[in-house]
Write a protein that binds this ligand. Structure first.
Ligand code: NAP
Length: 287
């Protein structure tokens, strides 16, 4: 299984964001696949448990065959909503909930299998043995092909790794969230062969007019001329340049942006330019 160079994140395609129609979602799926972006990231909770279903309906109506695409989804967060009535948002990695959540995702996405199934967020109450045994059984049954985790720290990776090393860890990582470069997470991924997916790969750049953006902007403007690309592609190129082979999970709801970002991994970002961006983000030179 080879994931595409970027992954299309669906969190904001439906009720939590752009509220795209079934036809618009099908168009977005088709333009993504046309550009080589055949991997789609979901979670059971997106859109308050509605976006997987919106996607599943649109995917069935699209021109894309199931075997051409890779579906990632996540389980474990129990989010109060009409579909999941709880008083308290919490995490649940019991074997019953993992199985139930997977069955719901399969039904909503209208598929027999999930390519990559992730434990969405680490829980203090996670029993690694129970969770891993359940995931391995689901794998043996062919209902999931691979599994991994998301937002796990190095110590949490060690804990679950006592059972089996997860294949993937999906973490927040970007030019404005560089902690994984320094806290050992990316080193651990490389040491143990854990694949890295980066969510919010553009960080806060387009979301906040803060001083980090103020420092990044002139450096980005200079580099856009040199590399002849868009800002979002340059920010992705900064991630692609890291030796952990980071795969960005992009959240755009626009086909044109998705198509242009699909080739960001081809931008030959020079080492000195990588450090110029990093220095601007940190607000100081490297020691
Ligand atoms: N594992 C986890 O815990 C976790 C947590 C959060 C998210 N995720 C996953 O990560 C995915 C991506 O997260 P994200 O949405 O934060 O990612 P992102 O790709 O960093 O940000 C996407 C946002 O940037 C905007 N954008 C892109 N280019 C722009 C430009 N040139 N000018 C202005 N705005 C621009 C997009 O707007 P347009 O739509 O207009 O392009 C969209 O609102 C989600 O869909 C989800 O699948 C996972």
């Amino acid at each position: 299984m080879k994931l595409s160079p970027i992954i299309a994140g669906t969190m904001n395609w439906g009720a939590w964001g752009a509220k795209l129609s079934a036809r618009q979602i099908a168009d977005l799926i088709e333009s993504a696949v046309e550009a080589g972006v055949h991997t789609f990231d979901h979670a059971d909770i997106y859109g308050g448990y509605t976006t997987e279903q919106d996607f599943g309906t649109a995917f069935a109506a699209s021109q894309v065959e199931r075997e051409e695409a890779i579906f990632i989804t996540k389980c474990g967060i129990r989010y109060p909503s009409p579909e999941s009535p709880h008083a308290v948002k919490h995490y649940d990695y019991s074997k019953e909930h993992i199985r139930r959540s997977l069955e719901n995702s399969l039904r909503h996405l209208k598929t027999d299998y999930i390519d990559v199934f992730l434990l969405h967020r680490p829980s203090p109450l996670l029993d690694p043995k129970e969770a891993v045994e359940t995931l391995e059984k689901l794998k043996a049954q062919g209902k999931i092909r691979h599994w991994g985790v998301s937002n796990f720290t190095v110590s949490q990776l060690h804990l679950i790794g006592q059972e089996i090393t997860p294949e993937w860890n999906q973490i927040a990582c970007s030019i404005t969230h560089t902690a994984p470069l320094l806290d050992g997470t990316l080193d651990h991924h490389q040491t143990h062969g854990i694949g890295t997916m980066a969510w919010s790969p553009l960080g806060s750049y387009f979301k906040s007019q803060d001083e980090v953006r103020g420092r990044l902007e002139p450096v980005i403007q200079r580099l856009l001329k040199k590399y002849d690309c868009t800002t979002e592609c340059l920010l992705l190129a900064w991630l692609h340049r890291h030796p952990a082979r980071i795969i960005p999970v992009v959240g755009t709801t626009r086909g044109d942006r998705l198509q242009s970002m699909a080739s960001a991994h081809e931008i030959p970002l020079e080492q000195e330019d990588w450090f110029a961006l990093t220095e601007a983000s940190w607000g100081h030179k490297v020691p």
